[in-house]
Design a protein around this ligand. Structure first.
Ligand SMILES: *Cc1c(COP(=O)(O)O)cnc(C)c1O
Length: 509
């Protein structure tokens, strides 16, 4: 018999996709050198180049046909690395405070490279033995950080939306008294899900995509702090039951996307226990803050949930994409997603992640999370989250102290505020002033996003247009925070003068 590996060093097949080890090494060394420099240059760059779509296409030489012949990989990688940095918005910039997207942990960048190199298919244990076991450990560690039972089931997904879908689907199967997976939702009474008016749009997508229809969602009003009104929740459940509907799910939000408000999770948990409803917590933004003393105590009520969604690509600083769904009873995950009996390998029961979620073939996104947790340790993770919260409070203080701003909310690491010119101070509630303030702050947001000095987004707080900062950024320092009031006061004053000279809001304002 001939040696099956004979001749392996000189492959017989040549492919345009293959790369000689020496080329791979040279390109990789060069790329890491370039990246080290590019990443170090980010704080000196604008947060965003603020270019038009046409500028971006030109800068990246896009828009041509797919070339028939391939490119030289060295030049290609070198050129693309540089032009990506020249034409990107940096959520890792110390002055990026928009939306909720964190600075990426460098160890996670290596994690994604390593994951792609090993390339396990983490849909089944057999195809990804090491990767499956690492993912299980990352899930268990995340549960531990949150104070959720480590005996839970869990799965890494692409983000918060998908993690929430996992909880939603587990709830649907667990609470339908008929075989909903076979017969569908139309085979029983009308399903009802209860969420606060501040809930993220994932709930509409879930209700729509999974066949309930968006009308199945009951939007429960919020109190003045933008938290679910639990008495209204109870009344709505009772009314729906009386009408013959089937309540199955209550969603509590642990850190709302617009202001960081935390629903009264322990009180919602009590209602769910009494009413035998599935309790899901959307902790996509705020979940990890349950690990730190600065977060409101009620956030720790997520430990009472049947399922929790968190987003390592938000407050665990993993590079995009990665979300994580946790389900208290691992069997409830299998019941929602599996079409197979439990699988054994060498007499040990093993997890096939295909049975835990929506995907079939799956990448090794758990690696960057697990490496991040190991690199920072639990203490390092908690410290970074605490500091983000501290800096947010510091920002609220600085805005108040400045005198040109009205601060609306400070929850977790989100601050909402607006610029108020001197002549409107104290008149904020009269309707002409309110309109001018909305237009002025809208223009302030647009112009600041184009200028790139600092990047914030917006929210609507009790009907008022607000600027919104969210700090999930381990690069941000006290100095970056202290610059914010001055930047917005200067720009606000200039826009206000321009608007008054023009007598109206400029186009788009
Ligand atoms: C960000 C967010 C989501 C959606 O998460 P993605 O990772 O963007 O899919 C859902 N809910 C809340 C509260 C969020 O902050």
């Amino acid at each position: 018999m001939s040696d099956p590996r004979e001749g392996a060093a000189t492959p017989e097949r040549r492919s345009a996709l293959a790369m000689e080890p020496a080329t791979f090494r040279a390109i990789g060394h060069r790329l890491v050198d370039d990246l080290a420099e590019l990443l170090a240059s980010v704080p000196q760059r604008p947060v965003t180049p603020g270019e038009s779509p046409a500028d971006v296409r030109r800068g990246l030489r896009l828009g041509g046909p797919l070339p028939e012949a391939g490119d030289d990989p060295r030049e290609l990688i070198e050129r693309v690395a540089k032009s990506l940095f020249d034409h990107s918005l940096f959520n890792g910039h110390p002055r990026f405070f928009g939306y909720i997207t964190s600075s990426p942990a460098p160890i996670g960048m290596f994690g994604d490279l390593l994951a792609a190199a090993a390339n396990p298919n983490v849909g089944s244990w057999t195809l990804g033995p090491a990767a499956t076991e690492i993912e299980l450990e990352a899930v268990r560690w995340i549960a531990g950080l949150l104070g959720f039972p480590e005996s839970c089931g869990g799965v890494m997904v692409s983000g918060g939306n998908m993690a929430n879908f996992v909880g939603f689907l587990a709830a649907r199967v667990a609470k339908c008294p008929w075989d909903v997976r076979a017969a569908g939702v139309a085979a029983g009474p009308r399903l009802r899900a209860y969420v606060s008016a501040e809930t993220h749009t994932w709930i509409q997508k879930a209700a729509d995509l999974f066949g309930l229809g968006t009308d199945a969602v009951r939007w429960i009003p919020c109190d003045s702090a933008m938290r679910m009104d639990v008495a209204a929740l109870e009344r709505t459940i009772a009314a729906d039951r009386a009408a013959g509907d089937l309540p199955f799910l209550v969603v509590g939000t642990g850190g709302s996307v617009s202001t960081g408000a935390v629903d009264p999770l322990p009180a919602i948990a009590q209602v769910c226990r009494r009413e035998k409803l599935w309790f899901h917590v959307d902790g996509a933004y705020g979940g990890f803050a349950a690990a730190v003393p600065e977060a409101p105590d009620e956030l720790r009520g997520l430990a009472l949930a049947d399922s929790v969604a968190v987003d390592p690509h938000k407050w665990l600083y993993s590079p995009l994409e990665v979300g994580c769904a946790l389900v208290r009873d691992p069997e409830a995950m299998r019941a929602a997603f599996s079409y197979h009996p439990v699988y054994y390998h060498f007499d040990e029961q093993v997890v096939n992640f295909v049975d835990h979620g929506l995907q079939n073939s799956r990448g090794f996104r758990a690696l960057k999370v697990w490496l991040g947790l190991r690199h920072a340790g639990a203490a390092g993770c908690r410290e970074a989250i605490s500091e983000d919260i501290r800096l947010s409070r510091r920002l609220a203080e600085a805005l108040r102290a400045h005198g040109s701003f009205e601060v609306f909310t400070t929850d977790l690491s989100i601050v909402t505020f607006r610029y108020v010119p001197d002549d409107l101070r104290g008149r904020e509630s009269d309707s002409a002033a309110a309109e001018r303030l909305d237009a002025l702050n809208r223009e302030l947001l647009d112009s600041s996003q184009r200028a790139g000095e600092v990047f914030v987004s917006n929210a609507v707080v009790h009907g008022r247009y607000a600027l919104r900062t969210c700090i999930v950024n381990f690069h941000t320092s006290e100095r970056d925070i202290e610059a914010i009031p001055g930047i917005f006061a200067r720009a606000g004053r200039a826009i206000d003068e321009r608007m008054r000279a023009g007598g109206a809001a400029p186009a788009g304002g």
